[in-house]
Design a protein around this ligand. Structure first.
Ligand SMILES: Nc1ncnc2c1ncn2[C@@H]1O[C@H](COP(=O)(O)OP(=O)(O)OP(=O)(O)O)[C@@H](O)[C@H]1O
Length: 385
């Protein structure tokens, strides 16, 4: 087990800077997940920790030891790649034993270590097989087994499940969680998958263009994103964004006038805002509720439905409410997530309530005004106390 510390880590290829000064403290035994859009530098950051890439400037330490110039094999890490990277001509036992033989371990020690790891991963009955005779999920288990037998201080996983089909991903996700529970080793995991990040991580690092946007527990990022980027990135379906203007604001709340003239209340600390300020109002599709039959309440929006996705367990309705773009992205259509049994059809008018405690407000620079409503995380802590 070990903590991993990054301080001002930069990585450049020639004139192009990929990592722009990353500061991170990954705690001993923590399951840390890196997420961010394609090309933001997740894999580069992981490969830098592994020692597969040199650091241009900054410091990296693993287990209290500065490792900037330490070769990968001596860093106490084991990395598992998306592509498995197994030796095709070797059976599973030899694939898993290879590194241990190189390290000069005895025959008995290797036998015990491989069998123990194979048992944990439920592949102990397959040790004589070659990789080509395995399913994708089994191959990935071998790759993980090869990492486990080395008893690293830190595991590094680069999108380990992305070659698997949806059902197997769910199964393997569960097994990763169990594995971490059992080994209690520091794990750093790169993924594109929101659900993997939310369910596996103790904490998530959201990266954008080589910089850390926010680090926090999954529920913290969901409930209290620090800026528009994190708000738009964390959460599925995505948060709706509406352009607005401050009508009144203080430390207890803000009133925001939307483009259509409707004024919505948001329970945020907007003491830094003043009337006339341009803001973005954010509201998640799952926090909207159908309004009562003749609702004309202050927190109600009414708009025609443009498209309906009935998923069985839930229904996602797209409605004709003008949204605004975040960064360089094109605006996403406004959506409302409703109970799966809600009868809806395109063209019908939908009235829905916008709860003030679930409204997010971002200033012109995209920074969030802190939400004041007690979060689910805080309520759980209070109940537990
Ligand atoms: N050897 C290299 N030389 C030059 N540029 C590179 C090199 N390796 C990566 N890059 C660039 O660095 C940027 C970050 O790449 P990286 O693979 O870390 O992103 P990522 O966030 O993991 O993306 P993805 O999610 O698509 O895998 C990309 O723009 C990529 O083109």
């Amino acid at each position: 087990m070990a903590e991993v510390l990054l301080s001002g880590v930069r990585k450049a290829y020639g004139d192009v800077t990929i990592l722009k000064g990353v500061d991170l403290h990954i705690r001993d035994g923590e399951f840390m997940v890196f997420v961010g859009p394609s090309g933001c530098g997740k894999s580069t950051l992981l490969r830098t920790i592994a020692g597969l890439e040199d650091i241009t400037s900054g410091d990296l330490s693993i287990g209290g030891r500065r490792v900037n110039d330490v070769p990968p094999a001596e860093r106490g890490i084991a990395m598992v790649f998306q592509s498995y990277a197994l030796y095709p001509h070797m059976n599973l036992f030899d694939n898993m034993a290879f590194g241990l033989k190189l390290a000069g371990m005895s025959h008995q020690e290797i036998h015990d270590a491989v069998h123990r790891a194979a048992k944990v991963l439920h592949i102990d009955h397959l040790l004589d097989r070659k990789p080509k005779d395995l399913s994708g999920g089994q191959r990935q288990r071998v790759a993980i087994g090869r990492a486990i037998v080395r008893k690293p201080q830190v595991f590094l996983f680069d999108e380990p499940l992305s070659n698997l089909d949806a059902a197997l991903r769910v199964r393997m996700r569960y097994e990763f969680a169990k594995l971490h529970e059992e080994l209690k080793t520091t794990m750093i995991y790169v993924t594109h998958d929101q659900v993997e990040a939310m369910t596996l991580a103790d904490r998530i690092v959201v990266l954008s263009a080589g910089k850390v946007e926010q680090v926090g527990a999954p529920i913290e990022l969901y409930e209290h994103p620090c800026n528009l980027f994190v708000a738009g990135f964390i959460g599925s379906p995505k948060m709706n964004f509406l352009a607005g203007e401050i009508v009144a604001a203080d430390a207890a709340g803000a009133q925001v006038r939307l483009g259509n003239g409707v004024v919505l209340q948001a329970t945020v600390n907007a003491s830094g805002a003043k009337p006339g300020d341009k803001v973005t109002l954010g509201i998640r599709p799952e926090h909207l509720a159908l309004a009562g039959a003749n609702a004309h309440g202050a927190q109600t929006l009414t708009a025609p439905v443009t498209f309906v996705e009935a998923l069985g367990s839930s229904t996602q309705a797209y409605v004709d409410v003008p949204t605004c773009a975040v960064g360089t992205e094109t605006p996403e259509p406004f959506s409302v997530l409703l109970d799966g049994r809600t009868p809806l059809a395109a063209g019908q008018a939908l009235a829905f309530e916008v709860p003030p405690e679930w409204c997010y407000v971002f200033n012109a620079e995209g920074q969030a005004y802190p939400r004041l409503a007690p979060s689910a995380g805080a309520m759980r802590q209070a109940r537990a106390a």
